[in-house]
Design a binder for this molecule. Structure first.
Ligand SMILES: Cc1cc2nc3c(=O)[nH]c(=O)nc-3n(C[C@H](O)[C@H](O)[C@H](O)COP(=O)(O)OP(=O)(O)OC[C@H]3O[C@@H](n4cnc5c(N)ncnc54)[C@H](O)[C@@H]3O)c2cc1C
Length: 444
């Protein structure tokens, strides 16, 4: 069993297939792939390390290898005298290419690569329009996805004979991180999910846009690493009624929709879904990008988000939208630069959700907010963090500014305190500039 983004025992169809077919034991293989490890920032590395340590303990130890999966998977499979390597299907562009290479290399030795299940309740490509073509917008996708339904979860395998035919490498050393990450692993994912079901889901619809209240589920990290399967969550939600439960299911469906779009259009990970935006005038990604990334723009809600990203490896969804809008529409930097920065720092960094989330904000994606709707960072701050708690939590320099005045520190009698910077741009002017640039490409 070659584990990748499915670091769990329960409801793991590929693992189940491996256990059911392997009379002589199952190898619990994980390959540290330099192509994925190198671009990951310290938060994601530290989290993966913790998640691997957790599952490793329950397996009685990993077969852990480092290197190109083509070499490592073949070497382990041959050493185990295996007839089959089991995996969950990876639908991302890199994973698809990698798995094809591994499949071909295994075939040369008469070994099969068998794909069972996926990180989604409904596999990408499964839900289509009646004429068989893919959905390009979310709402009809959601209806079809919901009608399609999903299989029941499968239980954890019992009494598996885990075998490790080769010497394992050590888990990589922990990178120093600046803040604190959530507890990793399958049990932590279950605990978080249970707590959200008991305390959070019924108010989700009302509170989910409030970063100060922090009432979203925070399941994205566990979903990213497959510490829980989404259909387990959807099955738990089935018995619950109400608008909030429906809203939450719709959010899970966004994750599945974006995976579907990426599957249909792998180029959308880097290229504009709507090509006209490629022709817009953009700023060079210079020190303004670095100021934004470091959380020193002088717009408190933006800086709070960028600092939360680095310290927690996570950012509230509303704030992801605000900071993304600021980079693209106030600084006129192309979304790909911001998306890359996010992927480096986010523990839940996911190519499909991230890059399509960015395109949504940039106006070039599916169901995109129209380009001319430009977020005002002050108004957004006052609306969604009305008492200013979120900003004070993440921007130390402003921790003593009371109430919503924290969103406009330049209006304080003595100006921004503790060296907090003045706004790096005039939002009103940059809004007009953004609209001018948009009007230029719209004409063509
Ligand atoms: C610019 C930008 C970048 C983003 N990058 C990522 C990313 O790399 N990884 C990621 O998982 N999500 C990403 N999102 C989506 C969303 O912000 C996060 O999923 C959410 O903030 C995670 O917190 P939560 O688990 O508490 O969410 P909840 O509000 O509790 O939602 C439950 C689950 O639904 C899914 N979900 C919710 N909103 C979205 C959405 N807009 N798109 C896709 N799935 C969604 C997630 O799996 C989430 O865990 C991004 C959004 C934007 C605007």
């Amino acid at each position: 069993m070659w584990f990748r983004r499915d670091l769990r025992l329960a409801d793991n169809p590929a693992l189940r297939a491996a256990v059911d077919s392997g009379d002589e034991g199952v190898v619990p293989l994980f390959v540290l792939d330099p192509s994925l490890w190198a671009p990951a920032g310290p938060n994601r590395r530290a989290y993966l390390r913790a998640s691997l340590a957790d599952l490793g303990q329950r397996l009685g130890g990993w077969q852990l290898r480092r290197g190109d999966p083509v070499d490592e998977v073949v070497a382990v499979a041959r050493a185990a005298n295996a007839s089959t390597v089991h995996v969950a299907t990876d639908y991302g562009p890199y994973g698809r290419r990698r798995d094809e290479r591994v499949l071909n290399a295994l075939a040369e030795h008469g070994i099969d690569l068998v794909r069972t299940g996926s990180p989604y309740a409904v596999a990408p490509g499964r839900v289509t329009k009646p004429d068989g073509t893919p959905y390009a917008v979310y709402t009809p996708f959601w209806r079809s996805w919901n009608d399609h339904g999903w299989r029941q979860p499968v239980g954890s395998p019992q009494a598996v004979d885990w075998i490790r035919p080769l010497k394992s490498v050590d888990l990589p050393a922990a990178d120093p991180i600046s803040g604190s990450l959530p507890p990793a692993g399958e049990a932590a994912a279950r605990r978080r999910w249970r707590a959200f079901l008991d305390e959070g889901v019924h108010n989700y619809g009302a509170d989910r846009d409030r970063p100060d209240l922090d009432r979203t589920s925070r399941m994205s990290v566990h979903l990213k690493w497959g510490e829980i399967h989404p259909r387990t969550m959807l099955t738990d939600l089935q018995a619950r009624r109400g608008d909030s439960v429906r809203t939450y299911r719709q959010e899970l469906a966004w994750r599945e929709f974006y995976a579907d779009v990426l599957w249909q259009r792998p180029d959308s990970a880097r290229e504009y879904l709507h090509q006209q935006f490629a022709n817009m005038r953009y700023a060079r990604p210079d020190e303004q990008l670095a100021t934004w990334a470091g959380g020193h723009t002088g717009f408190p809600i933006v800086d709070a988000g960028m600092r939360q990203l680095q310290s927690e490896g996570w950012m509230h969804n509303r704030v992801r939208m605000i900071v993304a809008s600021f980079l693209v529409k106030d600084l006129h930097v192309e979304w790909q630069h911001g998306a890359r920065h996010f992927l480096h720092w986010l523990v839940d960094g996911d190519l499909a959700s991230n890059n399509h989330g960015w395109q949504w904000v940039a106006g070039s994606g599916t169901d995109a907010a129209p380009y001319f709707r430009v977020f005002n960072p002050v108004t957004q701050g006052k609306k969604f963090d009305p008492g200013g708690d979120y900003v004070r939590r993440h921007v130390n320099e402003l921790s003593e500014v009371e109430g919503s005045a924290v969103h406009e520190p330049w209006t304080l009698p003595d100006g921004p305190p503790n060296g907090y910077p003045a706004p790096m741009v005039d939002h009103k002017q940059e809004r007009v500039e953004a609209l001018d640039r948009y009007a230029e490409v719209k004409k063509h």
